[in-house]
Design a binder for this molecule. Sequence first.
Ligand SMILES: Nc1ncnc2c1ncn2[C@@H]1O[C@H](COP(=O)(O)OP(=O)(O)OP(=O)(O)O)[C@@H](O)[C@H]1O
Length: 283
Amino acid sequence: MPKFEFERGKMVPVPSHSIVPERDVEQAPVLEALHLGIDFGGLKAVDDFNLTIGKTEIAGLIGPNGAGKTTVFNLLTKVYAPTRGTILLNGNDTSGKTVYQVNRMGIARTFQNIRLFNTMTVEDNVKVGLHNTKAYSTLSGILRTPAYWRREAEAHERAMELLHIFGMEGLANHQAGSLPYGAQRRLEIVRALATNPSLLLLDEPAAGMNPSETAELMENIVKIRDTFNIAIMLIEHDMNLVMNICEGICVLNFGKVIAKGTPEEIQSNETVIEAYLGKQKEA
Ligand SMILES: Nc1ncnc2c1ncn2[C@@H]1O[C@H](COP(=O)(O)OP(=O)(O)OP(=O)(O)O)[C@@H](O)[C@H]1O
C-alpha cells in the first residue's frame, strides 16, 4: 500500500524521499516548510528548504558549520521573516506572525547559547514559559485577587511537574545562573516545554555536555516525545546522538538541502559523506 501524507491539508502519496515515520503518515504533519528561503544581502543563507515533520517525529537537522541550520530555526520561529516560502504549523500558515504568536501556535525552542533569566529562580524561569500560554490580567496581578493566587498555585504545580521530567524539582529555588552547565541546558528545555508546544526545536542540546550527560539527554529527548506526544527537531553536531534518536534527518550544505532520509540512508549517502561526515573525518 502506498504511504500517504498531507500537503497543504490534502492527502498525497508520500514521495520516496519523505522521512515522516510510518506511525505519523496518516495524521496531518506538525510542520510543513515549503520552498523556504532567506537572503542576507547577496548570500542565500537558506534556499528552497522543504521539509515535512510528522506529529510525533524526532527529526535531525545537520550540516557543516555555517550551513544555515540556525537560520532555519530562526525562520521557523519568526526571528527572521523569510524572503521566500511558506511555513505551515499544524496546517496553519504562519506568514506575518510574530515570535510570540508562533510560540502560542505551538512552536518552542532552545538556543545554541543558553538564554535563561540567570538572576531568577529555576521555578520562575519555568513560569515565564507557562505565562506565555495564559492570558493574565495585569489588574488581578496588581490587586492580588483570589483568581491571581489560584493561577499562581496552578503555575507552581505545573512548574514542579515539568521540572520533575529532569528530576530538577529539588532545584526549584536555586538561581538559574548558579546551576551547572548541563542543568542549565535541561532547564532551557523545561522552559520551552512549559509553553505547551506541539513542535520543540532544540539547537545543539548536547553542546558542552560530557558523554554521560549526553547519554542521559538522549533518553530524555525520547522520553519527552513519548510523554508529551510532540514532535522534536534538533540541530546537533554529535552524530552519535543524531543517528541514535532521530527518525528522519535533513542535511543542509551552503543553505540547500543536500539529503533527507533515515539515519542509515544518511550515513551511506555519498554527497553527505563528502560535504559533512568526510570533512569531520579529516578534522
Ligand atoms: N543575521 C545575519 N546576517 C547576515 N548573515 C547571516 C545572519 N545570520 C546568519 N548569517 C549567515 O548565514 C549562514 C548560515 O548561518 P547559520 O548560523 O544558520 O549556520 P549554522 O549551520 O547554524 O552554523 P553552525 O553549525 O556553525 O551554528 C552563514 O554564512 C552566516 O554567516
